[in-house]
Ligand binder design. Structure first.
Ligand code: NAP
Ligand code: GDD
Length: 442
């Protein structure tokens, strides 16, 4: 049988175990296996179907295929990298944007024309059922990680209907696509649920049994997504799970979430690119972990024998004010908060010159004791906010064997150093006469 015919068999093959056997025996008759595998990879990439990988010592293995919605986001990027290291073929779903927005995953993208590319993306939008059905059909994933969302709580008050459509109905669209395509036995689904579901907390700390009390259009949309995931699991026996993740951050966290806003603002202030940082509710407390730890939990949730829901958290909560202090201490600046409510300010109490210079690389000539670095801008207040979150991840620890490796100090350290590096680049550009613009949202 000519190789091209084998390959078209491959395209038509049922992707289950028997499909694999068909391919295996067809290939076995060929003499030039390497050429055959190269051809298969090439055609597979084109036809966006499964990929075979040859392991010379063990024989043939089928790579697991993961489909990640929200691939351009913080978690999508870390998860893609993690699954690729585990030997998965990863498909990312990306919506169309008018500018490039693949910064977080560019290092994973090889030229799709190269062989051995195990990462690729397809265009899809969570508000469009038909294209979700098509991409799930085309990619035949073993695991779907539904991470796509309008994930900003404050923005959800401005775009409540869109948020409901993307974050709530988007989840239904994925579940329903898997069901309609007859893939309920094959495909496991991870739903990115959130500690925002606890909202006005009914219990401290929050566990899988704590009642929900959502406090934003975002959280209400995610509440629908949580329950529709549970419902599809119970109604259709699907392997569909919720990870109820508490806040997790990193150097690639979106710039408008409070932790990144602080470390970025700090870096700009330290290098003289910005005078002050405006924040909203300083009283809120969050249970912050590192995104790298949290994406591992997502993976573990789908590797269990039975589908279930898990709280993922560090168990330590910290006030926004304290996060500010901890971040500035890293560069030798001790911040003191004075005043109340909208008049509250964070001023420089002391500066450790050696620490500043050793971390920032230049002396703090433009900074002085008593200078106001933090101010409150009510624009950042939410109509209803979540004041306290602290999770109890005992179930995840016991059943998944999950526990975080990063402390909050490690996280802050990484974020501060990374943002200093980026600010330094800006400073060099500015110094060399290039125009450095500030974003509208800074
Ligand atoms: P993120 O950085 O804001 O990423 C969100 C991703 O969703 C981006 O890739 C975004 O694409 C995509 N997206 C938004 N609307 C879409 C649409 N209509 N169609 C297709 N894609 C769309 O969020 P994250 O921090 O990585 O969080 C990942 C998921 O976990 C989200 O569902 C979030 O709600 C949830 N979660 C996050 C945390 C946390 O602390 N990070 C905690 C609990 C739950 P663009 O790049 O084009 O905008
Ligand atoms: N974004 C922002 N900007 N938040 C501020 C600011 C500010 O200038 N000042 C104070 N805050 C307060 C917010 O009012 C909130 O109480 C807290 O800081 C955290 O805000 P965010 O960092 O925006 O995160 P979030 O907790 O609202 O939501 C994040 O975590 C959820 C999990 O609990 C997002 O990642 C959600 O997608 C995620 O579900």
């Amino acid at each position: 049988m000519p190789l091209s015919q084998n390959c078209s068999n491959l395209q038509n093959a049922n992707h289950g175990f028997f499909g694999f056997l068909k391919i295996f025996f067809a290939l076995d008759r060929k003499t030039d296996l390497d050429q055959g595998l190269r051809e298969i990879e090439r055609i597979t990439m084109r036809s966006r179907k499964i990929v075979l990988k040859m392991n010379k010592t063990v024989g043939y293995i089928i790579m697991k295929t993961a489909l990640i919605s929200g691939i351009t986001g913080q978690d999508g990027a870390y998860l893609a990298e993690f699954l690729l290291q585990k030997g998965y073929f990863v498909w990312g779903l990306k919506r169309r944007t008018s500018l490039f927005n693949t910064d977080r995953i560019d290092h994973l993208i090889k030229d799709v024309h190269e062989s051995n590319t195990h990462f690729n993306f397809l265009y899809a939008d969570m508000t469009d059922s038909t294209n979700l059905i098509r991409v799930i059909q085309d990619t035949q994933p073993d695991e779907i990680y539904n991470l796509a969302a309008q994930s900003h709580v404050k923005v959800s008050f401005d775009t409540p209907e869109y948020t409901a459509n993307t974050d709530g109905l988007g989840t239904l669209r994925i579940l329903e696509a898997v069901r309609l395509l007859g893939m309920t036995e094959k495909t496991k689904i991870y739903q990115a649920s959130t500690s925002e579901l606890f909202g006005q907390v009914q219990e401290v700390p929050q566990t899988e049994k704590t009642p929900f009390y959502p406090r934003s259009p975002y959280a209400v949309a995610k509440l629908y997504a949580y329950w529709i995931t549970v419902n599809y699991r119970e109604a259709y026996g699907m392997f569909a799970c919720n990870g109820v993740l508490f806040n997790h951050e990193s150097p690639i966290r979106g710039e408008t979430f409070v932790t990144r806003k602080i470390t970025r603002g700090l870096a700009h202030i330290a290098l003289g690119l910005q005078k002050k940082l405006y924040l909203g509710n300083l009283n809120a407390k969050r249970d912050w972990g590192h995104a790298k730890d949290f994406i591992e939990a997502m993976y573990l949730v789908l590797q269990q024998n039975k589908p279930d829901d898990y709280v993922i958290a560090t168990g330590i909560t910290t006030e926004i004010r304290e996060f500010v202090r901890k971040a500035f201490i890293r560069i030798g600046i001790n911040i003191k908060f004075i005043g109340n409510d909208v008049e509250e300010k964070g001023i420089i109490d002391t500066i450790d010159l050696n620490q500043f210079e050793s971390v920032v690389g230049v002396p703090p000539a433009h900074l002085s004791i008593g200078q106001v670095l933090i101010a409150v801008d009510p624009t950042y207040f939410r109509p209803t906010d979540v004041n306290l979150l602290i999770g109890d991840a005992t179930k995840a620890r016991k059943q998944l064997g999950w526990q975080p490796k990063y402390s909050l100090d490690d996280l802050i350290d990484e974020m501060v150093l990374s943002d200093l590096e980026q600010a330094l680049r800006k400073k060099y550009l500015k110094k060399s006469g290039f125009i450095v613009r500030q974003s509208l949202e800074e």
